[in-house]
Ligand binder design. Structure first.
Ligand SMILES: [Zn+2]
Length: 252
């Protein structure tokens, strides 16, 4: 659109006529004409670096990617550190091919200008993408393991999670959690019996990330969650599992 509009300007068309035919506002056309360098600057495409900062879009995809990142992702310097390029990597188990595709899709959706790479590793796939702006989008990055440092969402991230808690929870459960069947033996009056019920587990070593998961479950109205171990959140009550099924579901 920008190239087309600038070509029309070069050909002598007026801002007004180009605005009418393209639907692009005259102020934007003026900006394109007077500041061609801004279109080339990579910073122009980062919602957090824009002035005033904006929220990453689409917000549901961002919240899902945030959940994946907190569960199984890492951000590290890519190549020469002087260039300021960062690589976001998410590890996806090869057992769930659709989740790998979903991870590729959301990474591309959140940073459409950056290439997404898919690399096979032992027993898993690594989905990655390089950008200067991953630390802007995921300010939780830092040296060392996530469970060894404080993880807190910034206010704009809390706002997004409060808007789309289901996408955030889906990202968390699709990386560090699962929906499985629990089989227990119960002693009843007429003898012992096995019975099975579906449940969700979220396993993480970071108390902060476990707390974020619990808060998202509260926002979804999945109130019957509990810690089955210090590092495991369990959702097992029938109504709570049914509620979470609306947003998460089994891995696929
Ligand atoms: Zn940025």
């Amino acid at each position: 659109m920008r190239h087309k509009a600038l070509a029309s300007l070069d050909a002598g068309c007026s801002l007004r006529s180009i605005s009418v035919t393209t639907g692009v506002s005259r102020s934007t056309l003026r900006e394109w004409r007077d500041h061609p360098e801004r279109a080339l600057a990579p910073r122009a495409t980062c919602p957090r670096c824009s002035d005033p900062p904006a929220l990453p879009e689409p917000r549901g995809d961002y919240a899902y990617l945030l959940g994946l990142y907190l569960g199984d992702g890492c951000i590290s310097v890519s190549g020469d550190s002087a260039k300021g390029v960062w690589k976001l990597r998410i590890i996806c188990a090869e057992a769930w091919p659709s989740l790998i595709q979903e991870c590729v899709r959301v990474m591309r959706a959140v940073r459409p200008d950056n290439k997404v790479m898919l690399q096979r590793k032992q027993g898993c796939f690594e989905v990655s993408s390089c950008s200067r702006h991953w630390p802007c989008l995921f300010p939780q990055h830092g040296p060392g393991k996530k469970h060894a440092r404080r993880i807190a969402l910034q206010s704009w991230q809390k706002f997004i999670v409060s808007e789309v808690p289901g996408d955030f929870a889906r990202g968390l459960f699709h990386s560090d959690g699962y929906r499985g069947v629990n089989r227990v033996r119960a002693r009843l009056r007429d003898g012992e019996r096995w019975y099975e019920y579906p449940r969700y587990l979220f396993v993480n070593e970071s108390a902060d990330i476990l707390r974020l998961c619990g808060e998202a479950l509260d926002l979804l109205g999945v109130v019957a969650w509990r810690f089955s171990k210090p590092n495991v959140i369990s959702v097992a009550r029938k109504d709570a599992v049914a509620r979470l099924d609306e947003f998460v579901g089994p891995k696929y």
